[in-house]
Design a protein around this ligand. Sequence first.
Ligand SMILES: *Cc1c(COP(=O)(O)O)cnc(C)c1O
Length: 395
Amino acid sequence: MSAYDSPAAAETHPHADGGGADPTLAFARAIPTVYAAEAIVDLEAIRHNIRTFRAHYPQGKIMAAVKADAFGHGAPASAKAALEGGADLLGFARLSEALQLRATGEEAPMFAWLNDVPDFARHARAHDIDISVSGLENLRAVAAEDTGVNVHLEVETGLNRGGTVAAEWAVLVAEAARFEAEGALQIRGIWSHLSHAGDLDAERTRAQSDRLQEAIAIARAAGLNPEFTHLANSSGVSLIDPALYNMVRLGAGVYGIDEAGIGLRHAMTLTARVMQVKRAFAGEGVSYSHTYTLERDTTLALIAVGYADGLPWAAAGKAEVWLGGKRRRVAGRISMDQIMVDLGDDAVVEGDTAILFGPGSQGEPTVSEWAAWAGTLEHEIYCGIGARIKRRYIN
Ligand SMILES: *Cc1c(COP(=O)(O)O)cnc(C)c1O
């Protein structure tokens, strides 16, 4: 099988698009990156996941977090799918991420909780993005820009990350009410973030919710009337009292990371092609430092994906892939760009496709298994899928 037998490669074959004067350079401009590896993103899984959350949370707004390029899935397409599935607005860690998606023409309501650009209030106001304020200094900086921007006040309730501490809260809301009356900004929300939702720790979660409710009461007494209050992330939806808040911020669950076990589907399938097949012999070692030695003769497949593409190096020794209708062990260390797979005496040919992880429906490993093999989180693996991996959208 040659490279040009692949339909994906044929799409970008130099002769298919005219090629230009120098066919080699024309080819380089349109390299068929899918030839080595691609991440297939099932947009219907994203829609399904939002609909699943909606069934658990019928009454409020759903914010789909598309930070970090939608956890590696690609923000523009993932945002569209989430909105089609019923999400009401889009969430971002950094304002710059929200501005970048706005620049692609996305018109949905947006909220970002870290103000990482100069003159952030002005840019947020100009592009209709709600921002967060984490404390007094931050509030005064926003007010100084005098834009009327929409602000959600972040309350520290136990995570000890961002947010206004209890001792500062009364002063902050009093100033916020004054700035609002002057038109310098608009207090649109009050929110906090959970520390133990992923552990499904209902007790600590309730304590945080109680603190946030107290903060909201103080803010109301100071004359603020926030349209939105929000606390839960994906795993928190099943832990908080839904009557207390009218918005949730969902990230991991949108992409299928199912911490609360509510029937979410993984959206990403990572595939890679077999680049070489060869026999190797009993007693030989495979890959760097020969951590894997062959007890018998075997067939090895080389797959062009490695830790530079986001496969965790720490998964070596445990990792498996789906190839030729079965799970196979990854033989030895994961290299920067390649892994070796032990096929035994089974036949696989160059050009066949291996599945590194997917929804698990065919028996292939899931990202959750990779995370366990590497001692990390699914989140980290998704976010680490590298720029060399072409994203292809289906459904
Ligand atoms: C990432 C993030 C979320 C989404 O959390 P998930 O656990 O991924 O659903 C919500 N809020 C904040 C502040 C976040 O940083």
